[in-house]
Design a protein around this ligand. Structure first.
Ligand SMILES: *Cc1c(COP(=O)(O)O)cnc(C)c1O
Length: 373
């Protein structure tokens, strides 16, 4: 019997489920002949701002630029330091460096794998150069924003939420992306809300700051050929905006499905002594961009799953302070015991809205076998 392949995610299945609407939306952009800016971009920006519950949304080229634009609009640059979490995708730190500032890594919390608040406070107390914090809602699990905002106000620094993995995640019923001074989203195809190419956005309560972000993302433009300053070119393409508007309508349903699948995984795995399931904090809504467990002998377990046709992956195999790209910071790696443990033990299991219960059962069976349950 051929083994069934279970992918980590299935973007084609999702496209086929809404093909008619997507094709029509793309056709209408092609027919209009306007490919940068225009009504589809404004429509998506307004709809996304409304979905998150904030006043202003500025579309841009991708989630990395979004973080750069947000920090830059807040005046962060050369000579400044910006704190972020040790275990995130490199884009978070890269965007900090793009502004000219220096990333300062903070270890992660053992329960949520998000920035450790106690360690963050210790670092803030010691450094006067830190001008901003970029917390990441990793895997779709909200970072402790109330605690982060209260630290930020005590130390008088700015907060840019990296929501690339956390569309519609919540704390106390409030969406992430509405806590920080600014927040950023990625619509990379594999994200919970994904375009068919690169796309991103910056969200802001403050219309003036949003205007500055928009100018930065569009060559510092005042009018077509009058520029107040040198910005960059990072705009949301019209085609991507039209696609995202269609997909945004389905996001609440897709998010509920992710949560259902994750709940089934946890139900099937939580009695295992060899598997640590993701923890959902009280009052938090985890939107499971990834369903990440921790196991011993992770690489062997991963290989066994892959051999059985199950596409498990590791997010992320090298924490940023341990990476060659950040050797120059000379950060003592013994400051990151939890990030080190995560890089050695985390394992992402297949999870997407179209995944079936029987596939989840199969993944759990194989995983339990591999860990020796
Ligand atoms: C994907 C991602 C980004 C960057 O988004 P792009 O659109 O790929 O540039 C930033 N931060 C995190 C945590 C991400 O997962």
């Amino acid at each position: 019997m051929a083994t069934e392949h279970i992918p980590l995610m299935d973007l084609k299945a999702q496209y086929l489920s809404i093909k008619g609407e997507i094709d029509a939306a793309m056709q209408s952009v092609l027919q209009a002949g306007m490919f940068v800016g225009g009504a589809p971009v404004t429509e998506f920006e307004n709809a996304f701002a409304k979905a998150i519950g904030i006043q202003n949304c500025v579309g841009c080229g991708n989630g990395t630029d979004a973080i750069f634009l947000a920090l830059t609009a807040l005046g962060i640059g050369a000579g400044d330091e910006v704190a972020t979490v040790a275990n995130t995708f490199i884009a978070t730190a890269e965007a900090i460096s793009m502004t000219g500032a220096r990333p300062v890594f903070i270890d992660c919390d053992p329960k949520t794998y998000n920035i450790d608040i106690v360690k963050l406070e210790n670092v803030l107390a010691q450094s006067r150069k830190i001008k901003a914090i970029v917390p990441v809602h990793l895997y779709g699990s909200p970072a402790d924003m109330p605690a982060i905002m209260s630290l930020a106000s005590r130390y008088n620094i700015k907060v840019v939420e990296d929501c690339a993995q956390a569309h519609l995640a919540q704390i106390n019923g409030q969406n992430v992306g509405t806590f920080g001074h600014l927040s950023t989203f990625s619509f990379y195809p594999g994200k919970n809300l994904g375009a068919y190419g690169d796309a991103g956005a910056v969200l802001s309560r403050d219309a003036e700051v949003a205007k500055r972000v928009r100018m930065w993302a569009n060559h510092g433009r005042v009018t077509k050929y009058d520029h107040a300053f040198e910005g960059i070119n990072s705009r949301l393409d019209t085609l991507q905006a039209a696609i995202l508007s269609v997909k945004l309508k389905y996001l609440p349903d897709w998010t509920n499905k992710r949560i259902e699948k994750a709940t089934l995984y946890s139900k099937l795995l939580s009695d295992s002594k060899n598997i640590i399931c993701p923890e959902v904090l009280p009052r938090a809504r985890h939107v499971f961009h990834l369903y990440v467990v921790r196991v011993q002998n992770r690489d062997r377990v991963l290989a066994e799953l892959n051999e059985a046709g199950i596409q498990a992956l590791v997010h992320y195999p090298i924490a940023l302070p341990m990476m060659k790209a950040y050797e120059y910071l000379k950060t003592p790696i013994e400051n990151f015991p939890m990030a080190k443990q995560c890089q050695d033990e985390v394992l992402s299991l297949p999870l997407y809205p179209e995944l079936s219960a029987s596939q989840i059962h199969k993944v759990c069976e194989k995983l339990r076998e591999a860990v020796g349950d």
